[in-house]
Design a protein around this ligand. Sequence first.
Ligand SMILES: N[C@@H](CCC(=O)N[C@@H](CS)C(=O)NCC(=O)O)C(=O)O
Length: 203
Amino acid sequence: MKLYFSPGACSLSPHIVLREAGLDFDLEQVDLKAKKLKKTEADYLPINPKGQVPVLELDNGKRLTEGPAIVQYVADQKPGSGLAPAAGTFERYQLQEWLNFVTSEIHKGFSPLFRPDTPDDYKTIAKANLAARYAMLDKHFAGNKYLMGDQFTVADAYLFTVTNWNNFQKVDIGQWPNVKAYFDRVAARPKVQEALKAEGLIK
Ligand SMILES: N[C@@H](CCC(=O)N[C@@H](CS)C(=O)NCC(=O)O)C(=O)O
């Protein structure tokens, strides 16, 4: 398997999940601005016409895009890992509920903040929207170790990845103490540390 990624981008989520699942995989870095592979400078759009990471390429050449789909595929390769509840169970839909929340309310809530052409007034609104989401999550983490309770799942890899972007936006997550404790708890996981090191995000 091969994961197309860009350091610190949302592709960090499937990167963490691949390591947590203990699967063999290669990493291929993408230059998202140039839409080229970093190593060979080959065009990236034939690989993913969306021009985005992540892409998971299977050994048979098939490709999967969209982070929430990729992390579930990876988790299902290791059913005993606890990374996702079994397909068809109510708990699996609860996992999808969280993945959808993270993707639509948090991940895409951040996107305008990273665009140089977003008007400052809109950035203020986007930051307020995100703050409201994190205030809700702070209440959740007052009584839960992870999104799904006691068990670390793929939804945590995703929420950790996007919550890390607060650093780039100079937003102090210490204002939500339970979110901060959750973030530190996930960051301390050995496989998360490995992924952060492999992407050059920590030494
Ligand atoms: N809906 C996609 C969004 C992926 C996405 O937003 N990727 C960003 C990095 S976090 C990207 O590749 N941006 C470059 C671009 O859109 O040109 C998913 O959930 O996987």
